[in-house]
Design a protein around this ligand. Structure first.
Ligand code: ADP
Ligand code: MG
Length: 245
């Protein structure tokens, strides 16, 4: 018996006014799979991520997470948001909360954990992203790479089934990119299900099970990283790779 995929998009379409940003998207992500999404700017990668945790609505099609269709609103939406973690390019930490408070807020408010329990788990997660020694600082006192690792710990604190990463290293100074990719590579090895929008081709080669190439709102090509990078099939992918590699 084939396992049910954790995330399924079927015939998903989305417009912003006249702009057709997602065109008949079909994509399944298996449990434990790492899918890297690449493609030119404006091709719909962020919108794709945002529809999966319902930060954007879709016009037609179906998205299911772990067998349940995306809820429209209400309680179901809060559940979904804890099942689907998201890490953004711009970190989006709470500026007036400490590192540890950033990581414990969701578990206390949404998962109804006690403060002590949330803090114990929060410290474990901060260890895991190698930043426990900064637990009582505020985000502005940290480097970009450190802030992004806190954002990853914050996502993990909700025990998500899948984490979406939208260009998590694009806003970082070059010397900080690797520390964030290392944490993501560890998560991938530990079996976390991940959808990662990135231009970091080294990460894609090392950590991805599958590369999805998008252009103009469509999935143009899907393949293993090896096949995709050495033998892209579409002209769009060849053209894109010639510009970035
Ligand atoms: P990518 O992440 O691949 O760069 P996006 O998903 O951000 O692409 O954007 C896809 C297209 O949708 C772009 O043309 C962008 O300008 C447009 N777009 C994104 N968000 C909105 C929005 N909230 N309203 C109108 N247009 C948008
Ligand atoms: Mg984007």
């Amino acid at each position: 018996m084939k396992a049910t995929p954790l995330v399924v998009l079927e015939n998903v379409d989305k417009h912003f006014g006249d702009l057709h940003v997602l065109r008949d998207i079909n994509l399944s992500v298996q449990r434990g799979e790492v899918v890297v999404v690449i493609g030119p700017s404006g091709s719909g990668k962020s919108t794709l991520c945002r529809t999966i945790n319902r930060l954007e609505t879709i016009d037609s099609g179906v998205i299911t997470i772990d067998g349940s269709p995306l809820p429209a609103e209400g309680r179901g939406l809060a559940r979904l948001r804890s099942d689907v973690g998201m890490v953004f390019q711009s970190f989006n930490l709470f500026a007036h909360k400490t590192v540890l408070q950033n990581v414990t807020l969701g578990p206390i408010k949404v998962l109804k954990k006690s403060k002590a329990e949330a803090e114990a788990r929060g410290m474990e997660l901060l260890e895991r992203v190698r930043i426990a020694n900064q637990a009582h600082k505020y985000p502005a006192q940290l480097s970009g790479g450190q802030q992004q690792r806190v954002a990853i710990a914050r996502a993990l604190a909700m025990n998500p089934k899948v984490i979406l990463f939208d260009e998590p290293t694009s806003a970082l100074d070059p010397e900080m990119v690797q520390e964030v990719l290392d944490v993501m590579t560890d998560l991938a090895k530990e079996g976390m299900t991940m959808v990662v929008v990135t231009h970091e081709m080294g990460f894609a080669r090392r950590a991805a099970n599958r590369v999805v190439f998008m252009a103009d709102g469509q999935i143009v090509e899907e393949n293993t990283p090896d096949e995709f990078f050495t033998n892209p099939r579409s002209e769009r992918a060849k053209d894109f790779l010639s510009k970035i590699l």
